[in-house]
Design a protein around this ligand. Sequence first.
Ligand SMILES: Nc1ncnc2c1ncn2[C@@H]1O[C@H](COP(=O)(O)OP(=O)(O)O)[C@@H](O)[C@H]1O
Ligand SMILES: [Mg+2]
Length: 240
Amino acid sequence: MAEQEEVLRAEGLRKSYNVGQPNEVEVLHGIDMRLDRADFAALVGPSGSGKSTLLNLIGLLDSPSGGELYLRGQPTREMDDEARTALRGRHIGFVFQFHHLIGAFSALENVLMPWMVANGRPTPEITDVARGLLADVGLEKLSDRRPDQLSGGQQQRVAIARALVTRPSLLLADEPTGNLDTKTAAEIFELLRRFNEQFGCAVLVVTHDPRLSETCDRTITLVDGEIVSDESHPRSRQSR
Ligand SMILES: Nc1ncnc2c1ncn2[C@@H]1O[C@H](COP(=O)(O)OP(=O)(O)O)[C@@H](O)[C@H]1O
Ligand SMILES: [Mg+2]
């Protein structure tokens, strides 16, 4: 069944910082988790519990100190940087708290960036895909604007469209609504949900807001570098 298709699996994932130095510290102590294609999951936990560290490992932006991470069944720990970068570019989309859009580029050019990094000059086909994504996030009329001509919520919508332009199988979002008002934050979560259903793209989103994590189908709680609970609550899907 497609819904059960495994996108990501972590086995005994560990992460230490400052390895070999007096201030060496292990911040993830053996994470086991699995994300399937249909998952729309929240990652919650106190500040400093290791959420961003875990997201960076899962997103192949950083390497674990121990354990293994499988992306679509492929072990990634032994890969060299080039292979990891290629795998990340193909399968993972990222949204951060601060959008990291490029100021000199239009919304459309920003959305095209991840594709251009992997493939070079944009084709008419991918430009259509990017315009379609901007329309999906409600910004079709603003595609020529630069980030500083957009509101915070609009910038984050561009960042979501950008994360999806390569049609990733996994979308990772680290406090994407951290600096947005409540209503805009809820709209961003609705968008993530819509793409999860529309593209069959697994979503893992870090949030501090229980009202937002409740809209997800699953809540994974991290405390002091360990998963202390992993609860499914798919009722939110039916009650919408
Ligand atoms: N680059 C780093 N070097 C050293 N310690 C770090 C680094 N990044 C994060 N940490 C520490 O790791 C722990 C987890 O941090 P983080 O993953 O950012 O947590 P969260 O996102 O849940 O707030 C914290 O104690 C933090 O201080
Ligand atoms: Mg964090």
